[in-house]
Write a protein that binds this ligand. Structure first.
Ligand code: ASP
Length: 377
């Protein structure tokens, strides 16, 4: 009897969620850049009894798309379209959100995160830097696809100029799947962005109850809801209900302490990543060098590659940074195979590329300058 009741309750909940997502999907425009500003403010027209809400700051949600805004066949985890639902649909699916904070929302774009560009990164950084001046704003949440979330997080960690929390989140299941994870992740991200404890901690990612710092966060699974991790470094805190607890802190420079400012910049320099494997053709790395301002090599082991790659790389005049295709570990400067190249320390190829792009933007590209940058950030 109890079992029947719980099956009925689950089915009823699923119908409600599907309906919310379905209705929201039907009102979505098919354009990639929505560029529309929407505001949901909890304390609008508030009575005296609700004045405690006025004491709460405002969390700004900047939506960029991804699976968290994805919609597809009801109940299914695959075959959906990321970047379909608008930010107001995501917010309206979480009734308790405005108990945590006042919410202001903007749709920056609505794309699969594989279509994120450096222009979008710069727009996000400059928008955050501008809005952070408003003393009523306590923090920022960015909804984002998980594929490139770690890249956007690391870029912002180096480029935003505020100590107010900036928190990225997303989901592995689209809003139309059974037990979609997006609403809980967004709720927890808002809790972290609203918390005074989160100030000065750099850009963070909140996912499946855990808080990660931008420098070490990475996607580690193609399918399951625990897809975001930080390898050897681990998470820096957890969220339970609306309580935020921090246990660790990042030691590398970030946000207000970096030398990178993207005000007035429209696009980052072109840095390409070349992946080494057995029989990798040195002509490929030469081609990449001819078409880029800088290169990152995803080497084998501690950043190693063949004699053919060594000969090719020794002939390049552009900056080359050596990272590894191995998930965890460090590459030290004394271990690099080519004299002119710079070790990425423990940065993944995709994160090393971001630091190199910012270095080239700042025209800090001598070997000594690059060694300093990779030791600092
Ligand atoms: N392809 C999706 C995206 O990155 C995957 C996700 O969001 O989980 O936008």
């Amino acid at each position: 009897m109890n079992m029947n009741k719980s099956i009925f309750a689950s089915f009823f909940m699923f119908l409600i969620v599907s309906c919310i997502a379905g209705c929201a999907a039907s009102e979505t425009q098919n354009s990639k850049t929505v560029g529309m500003t929407e505001t949901v403010t909890a304390n609008e027209g508030a009575s005296a009894e609700e004045s405690d809400k006025n004491e709460k700051g405002t969390v700004v949600i900047l939506a960029t798309g991804g699976t968290i805004a994805g919609a597809g066949e009801a109940g299914k985890e695959t075959g959906y379209k990321p970047g379909t639902l608008t930010v107001d649909s995501l917010i309206n699916a979480i009734p308790g959100l405005t108990d945590i904070s006042n919410i202001k929302a903007e749709q920056i774009c609505n794309v699969n995160s594989d279509d994120i560009t450096s222009e979008i990164w710069i727009e996000l950084a400059n928008r955050i830097n501008e809005m952070a001046q408003d003393e009523n704003i306590s923090g920022f949440v960015i909804t984002h696809g998980t594929d490139t979330m770690e890249e956007t997080a690391f870029f912002l960690n180096l480029a935003v100029k505020t100590d107010k929390p900036v928190v990225l989140t997303g989901s592995m299941r689209p809003a139309t799947a059974i037990s979609a994870d997006g609403s809980m992740n967004l709720y927890q991200a808002v809790c972290v962005a609203a918390s005074k404890e989160s100030r000065g901690k750099g850009v963070m990612v909140v996912f499946s109850d855990k808080i990660f710092s931008a420098r070490s966060v990475k996607k580690v699974s193609t399918y399951n809801v625990m897809a975001i991790s930080a390898g050897e470094t681990g998470s820096i805190g957890v969220v339970r209900n609306n309580e935020v607890s921090f246990y660790e802190e990042t030691t590398r420079k970030h946000t207000v302490d970096t030398e990178f400012d993207v005000k007035g910049v429209t696009k980052l320099p072109n840095v390409q990543i070349v992946y080494f494997a057995v029989d990798a053709d040195p002509e490929m790395v030469k081609y990449a060098a001819e078409h880029a301002d800088g290169l990152v090599i995803a080497g084998a082991g501690a950043g190693e590659f063949s004699e053919g790659f060594i000969d090719a790389i020794n002939g390049f005049d552009i900056p080359v940074v050596i990272s590894s295709r191995i998930d965890d570990g460090i590459i030290t400067q004394d271990a690099v195979l080519c004299d002119k190249t710079v070790a990425a320390n423990d940065l993944s190829p995709q994160k090393a590329a971001i630091l190199l792009r910012l270095a080239i933007m700042n025209k800090t590209t001598t070997k000594d300058e690059l060694v300093r940058l990779f030791d600092t950030y």
